[in-house]
Design a protein around this ligand. Structure first.
Ligand code: CDP
Length: 225
């Protein structure tokens, strides 16, 4: 395909954005960037280093010491996130991080730090990026914007299944509370709140399987290329 485009996928917590983004990137030979992983990695750094993120000067000083990169792991055919050279792809998925990430992601300095890197990653186009503000703030001129949604019960069930494999002590209630809390904070924060971009196409995958959602998204891409 000659013309490489930018595809943004935004939406609520755990509604399958990263699954679709990864599938699309694989099919199109594009790079997949999980912007949420960046906020999770920053949160991990803050927690490990006891950064008081209510103090702007502490946040600014800490951000200077954070280096984030994505490297492609051939073995699992997936790009993974590195925090100061350490692969943190798996530890950042922990509920301990999920409990704090939305507070950290609401901080203006944290967002400018992450958004600058995200925009740089998109300079060459040929990218699929998922998150909360990708179609509104990071790439407002993206060629294709998808806004994903799914019923809360389905989202909770999906995330719970992922969690219990790693941690059998996690309850459905905890997962539900976390998703609802993040959705609330993410859509009510001052800087770049979670919103559907006016030109985004809504994809509700409550009743779709992975193949069906991919087919819908690929049709949208093909209309543009
Ligand atoms: O995969 P899941 O839906 O659990 O969330 P994620 O994409 O890993 O994002 C984790 C958190 O990072 C979100 O709840 C937001 O608080 C924040 N985030 C954001 O503020 N902006 C983005 N572009 C991506 C994530």
């Amino acid at each position: 395909m000659a013309n490489k485009i930018i595809i943004t996928i935004d939406g609520w917590s755990s509604c399958g954005k990263s699954t679709l983004a990864r599938q699309l990137a694989g099919k199109l030979g594009y790079t997949y960037i999980d912007s949420g992983a960046m906020y999770r990695a920053i949160t991990l750094y803050f927690l490990r280093n006891h950064v008081d993120w209510t103090d702007n000067s502490e946040v600014d000083a800490a951000l200077k010491n954070i280096g984030i990169e994505f490297r492609f792991n051939e073995k699992v055919q997936q790009s993974e996130i590195y925090l100061n050279g350490e692969n943190v792809e798996y530890v950042i998925r922990d509920l301990v991080i999920a409990e704090k990430v939305s507070d950290v992601a609401a901080i203006a300095a944290v967002r400018s730090f992450a958004v600058a890197q995200q925009q740089k990653l998109g300079e060459q186009k040929g990218i699929v990026m998922d998150g909360r503000d990708i179609g509104t703030t990071v790439f407002p001129h993206a060629e294709l914007k998808i806004f994903m949604t799914a019923d809360i019960a389905v989202r909770v069930e999906r995330r719970f299944k992922e969690f219990v494999e790693k941690n059998p002590n996690v309850t459905l209630e905890e997962v539900k509370n976390n998703l609802e809390m993040r959705d609330y904070i993410d859509s009510h924060r001052e800087v770049s709140p979670l919103r559907k971009a006016s030109d985004a196409i809504v994809l509700d995958n409550t009743n779709l399987n992975m193949e069906e959602q991919l087919e819908i998204a690929l049709n949208l891409v093909n209309e543009l290329l």
